[in-house]
Design a protein around this ligand. Structure first.
Ligand code: EPZ
Length: 425
């Protein structure tokens, strides 16, 4: 297993390009199953999660070609069984359910496991598919979905106890595009990645309105055609590097290929914490500079357009060395605090209780060997290492490689002193 050595103390400068969005790419790749014609998707990041999805699509019978960030997929002859050994590796595989049952009238997908950030139920996904006529059974750890009489549009509310579901909204939207009649999704997720999927589907001939709002209307069509689409920038990667700039760049860094309208909450919080954030006129580049008098603040995560749960770990790392008290509450994944124990090993003063972390900033962190546990917690440890005294050794780097394309090369390009050590196994 690879590990990353982060030698603390370097100041960051210069600029990097942000990659295409992992979380937009995954459902869009799955949506290629909805047509027998070729789709071309650009700016798909080369990370293990997108590679898993491409392996799953190949296993379902798709012709898949990938050259640098461009992916070509043709789902001419496909079958409905998603392989257990691949699906169990990545929860987001669940979003092949909707397209498969829409295209083939049935699907068999293994029940996704939980993960360190929560038990990750799929009750809302199943509720949505059942609302448009799918019958659901479970057998041998697989979910079996059948639509013996086809799918018929319906009006369904997808709100769960923690609010809307992103992939649940995606699954239902992808199933509804080929259903008879009209489907209305209430309490839909509004994330930019949902909007990107809707735009992709509409470019294939779907009739979707309201994506980006809490109510999405899908008028079913008979078939979809191929298309050529470019994935939106990864707002979580961008936010992660914005925090890197606030933590370790007195002179400022520039991030290119971002979307200002996707970074509102992260920007607000960095400004509130005393840092400097300036976007280019076209909103496609952002300059972030460490403030001279940073201060702690409060964050409560919420479904988009609220503060993203995928950004709270990174901000917690920043608050660990920000003077004063900061409070971080995660209302979406109340258990998503694995990074705090590791940050504490580095000298942070953090108390986690009942879905909230209370952070007392310290003057200096000290390097330690730490364990990556999930994608964003791992990114938080890298950020903390940039400012720790000594060399922080981050083990189980595969967690980061799931969702950050060439993170070590990007950090080196910004002047960080990091080194990837290839593991033996
Ligand atoms: C997506 O996961 C993202 N993943 C996650 O990013 C992100 O943290 C999450 O949305 C929330 O924004 C991808 O897009 C691939 P949800 P998703 O369904 O869709 C509960 C990362 O770091 N829920 O929106 O699986 C659930 O437990 C990843 O890139 C149900 O109760 O999340 C959670 O509390 C991590 N029943 C809340 O809803 C369901 O059927 C939101 O989950 C589904 C979800």
């Amino acid at each position: 297993m690879d590990k990353l050595l982060v030698h603390g103390g370097s100041t960051l400068s210069g600029s990097i390009n942000i990659s295409g969005s992992k979380n937009a790419s995954l459902p869009i790749l799955a949506a290629a199953l909805l047509t027998d014609q070729e789709v071309i998707i650009e700016r798909v990041p080369d990370v293990s999660d997108t590679n898993y999805m491409l392996q799953i699509l190949s296993a379902l019978g798709c012709e898949v070609e990938r050259y640098s960030g461009t992916v070509k997929i043709k789902a001419a002859q496909i079958h409905p069984e998603a392989p257990y050994d691949l699906v169990r590796k990545m929860r987001a595989s669940i979003c092949v359910m909707g397209p498969l049952v829409a295209r083939l009238g049935r699907a068999s997908v293994s029940i996704p496991g939980g993960c360190v950030i929560g038990d990750r139920p799929i009750d809302l996904h199943l509720k949505g598919l059942q609302a448009i006529g799918a019958e659901i059974d479970t057998e041998g750890g697989n979910i079996l979905i059948r639509a013996k009489h086809g799918l018929t549009g319906s009006h369904v509310d997808l709100r769960g106890k923690h609010g809307p579901t992103v992939l649940g909204t995606d699954n239902l939207m992808m199933a509804a595009v080929l259903a008879k009649g009209t489907t209305i999704i209430e309490s839909a997720a509004c994330e930019p990645e949902v909007v990107d999927l809707a735009n992709f589907l509409n470019s294939m001939g779907a009739k979707i309105e309201g994506a980006g709002s809490r109510r999405i209307t899908i008028e079913g069509v008979d078939e979809l055609s191929g298309t050529h689409h470019t994935v939106i920038p990864d707002r979580i990667e961008a936010g992660t590097f914005m925090v890197a700039g606030a933590l370790a760049s007195p002179g400022g860094i520039t991030l290119n290929r971002v979307r200002q309208d996707h970074l509102t909450e992260a920007t607000q919080k960095l400004l509130e914490a005393g840092h400097d954030v300036k976007f280019s006129n076209d909103g496609l580049s952002v300059f972030v500079q460490a403030g001279n008098d940073p201060k702690g603040c409060e964050i409560t995560t919420a479904p988009h357009p609220g503060f993203p749960t995928d950004m709270q770990a990174q901000f917690t790392a920043m608050f660990a060395i920000t003077p004063g008290i900061s409070v971080v509450e995660d209302t979406i994944f109340p258990q998503r605090f694995m990074h705090c124990a590791e940050l504490t090993r580095m000298g942070a003063h953090i108390k986690v209780d009942n879905g909230t972390a209370k952070v007392q900033g310290v003057a200096q962190l000290s390097a330690a060997p730490v364990m990556a546990s999930d994608l964003r917690a791992s990114a938080a440890l890298v950020l903390a290492g940039l400012r720790a005294r000594g060399t922080t050794e981050i083990n189980r780097l595969y967690h980061i490689d799931r969702g950050y394309e060439m993170i070590d090369e990007k950090l080196l390009q910004l002047g960080a002193n990091v080194q990837r050590v290839r593991g033996s196994i």
